[in-house]
Structure formats: C-alpha cells, structure tokens
Design a protein. Sequence first.
Lengths: 103, 264
Amino acid sequence: MADPMRIRAQAAGDKATVRVLMSHEMESGQRKDSAGKLVPAWFIQEVSASLNGKVVMTAEWGPAVSKNPFMQFVVKGAKAGDKIAVSWKDNKGDSRTDEATVS
Amino acid sequence: MKRWTLATSAFCAIICSTASLAQSDSEKAIDEYRAMIADGNPADLWEAKGEDLWKKKAGPKNASLEKCDLGLGPGVLKGAYVQLPRYFADAGKVMDVEMRLSYCMRTLQGKEVKDSAYNKDDHKDIIALATYVVTLSKGMPVNVPQEHAEEKRMYDLGKQAFFYRAGPYDFACATCHNADGKRIRLQGLPNLTKNGPAGRAFTSWPAYRVSNSQLWPMQQRLNDCLRLQRFPHPKFGSEATVALSVFMGVTGKGVPSLAPTIKR
C-alpha cells in the first residue's frame, strides 16, 4: 500500500490552485543496483483529478518524472468547500486516491 | 618589466571583479531555484508518515510514542525541537531529537531499536518522526539549554571538535566554516562561529535533498561533513555529532527555526 498524497487546494476568484505531492519511487528502469542488476521500472502511468466527482484532468506519465512528484494545476469554477480527488495508478497496478477540500 | 606587472594587475582587477560578479549571479540563481522548489517540499511526506508513527501503537508493549518526553514534558511537541539537544536525567546523557526518539521507541514501545545504518530498519522511522517533531517548532527561536554541567561539557566538546584539525588533509570544520564569504564551488559556506549563519544551519535539518531524493536529518548531515574531512564515520548518537549540534545550537541562539527545508 502506497503512502498518502498531500493535496492542498486554494480558491482565488473563480479558480482554485491545486498542489499535489505524491509519494512514489518512480524508478526509471535505467538504473543498476549495487550488484550491477537493472532495477526494474516502477512509475506512475495514469493520473486523474476530479472536482466533486467529475473528472477535470487526466494525464499520462512516464519514467522521466522525478521521485516523489509534485503536480500543480488550476481548476476553473472550484469554490471553497468543494472536494478535489486525485488518483494515480502505476505500472505495477498499484493505485492510490486521496481527497482534499478546497479552502 | 614594470609595465608588464601593471598590465597584469589591471587584467587581474577585471577578471577578479567579473569573478565576484559571476559568483553573486550564480548565488542569485541558486536562490531563485530554491524558491521555485520550496513550494511542495517532499519533506511533507516524511512529516505525514512521522505523525502517523507518533500516534500509532507499535512494538512489544503495543504503545504509541505520544507519552515520549522530548524535554518539555511527556507528549509536548511544540517548541521541543528548538530546545534540543538537552540533558535527560532518565537517560543520564545529552540527547538530540534523533537519539531521544530512538530512546522512546526502546523504552515506551519496548522495541529492539536498530538505528545504526542510515535509512535502514528503524532509522527510517526515526527520520520521519524527527521531521514531524521539527515541523512543530517551525519559526520558534533556537534556545538550546546550557544549565546542566553535562550540557556545558557537550558545548565545550563541540567547540573543540569544531576547531580540531586532523585527518590526511589536516582539516577542521573551522577550515571552511570560520570566516565570511567563503565558498566551495558555487555554494556559499556559512560562517558557523556567527549567530545568524549558525542558527540557520542548525535549524535547516532535516532537509530534503533534491539531487538524491533523500531526507537527511542533522546527524547524517554532520556525518557527511566529517566524511568530507576524511574522518572516521561516527556511530548513530555519537558524542561528536551531538556535541557539534550543541555548539551550533548555542551559537545560533534566538534564530527562528527553518526545518524541514529543501536543498538542491
């Protein structure tokens, strides 16, 4: 089970800025361990965000994204009290969804 | 001959001024980069994990760490970090935050704590817990106590260690850190004998290092300083690292705490 994300969402005017910090190894599959063996690729492939249950953004990620990735995006029409949910799925099939309230 | 010398010195004046200009430019660029990465410090992830570990029951005694005394009474976290390292009568020695957390895991939870290797076994948890604890002292002024005789002894030991020259390079901490305006490559080196820089350095750790995606607590940072001096690697909770912490903390008295921070 993956560690939780940190999600902060702040409304300003008719928009809200969402900042997400994910906990993930994001192994590129290019590195070798101390024994010289290739470390298998392990990274987030799909990311999606929803506002009150309605999907507002999807993204496809690859091995070039850093470890413990940070993502920021702006949602139009989000107000204080709305629910923002972010989820990811990695290439091993593991997934995680976390929710935050817009402040 | 004389003209040649003059020309050289004029040339040097130009070169030297561009060099110092370049330095301030690159330092500005480093500051800009730091500001860019400061939002969304992955240290938050360790902090969240640490909070969880603090409240979760674990170990043979199935206890949480919520009764752990970090110096201000059992369970008091706010401001505890800025008053560490301090002398603990129950343990009979001066401890920093990492050692004290290890001690609490041993005494309260009854764990056989394995903390000798960086980021392995229980040391992983100690890093997360330390990050959680320091976050609750953010912005509070450093106030490392100097009341107990042991605390004073540690300060003196730390001062001695700071100026102690040894190793194949005949290096001391002071070789790089006792004057203003020094740098290594493009990094400015703080003068740790002065209040402001010492306090900022003392409260900058644990920090997330972007270059290797690791979270380093203070002891690991000091161990790395000693490695750069080609000194032997200290054990976890070694008197040398705790004494150096005390020396920096006392020198940096009153400086608001920054940790956890983010480093390049």
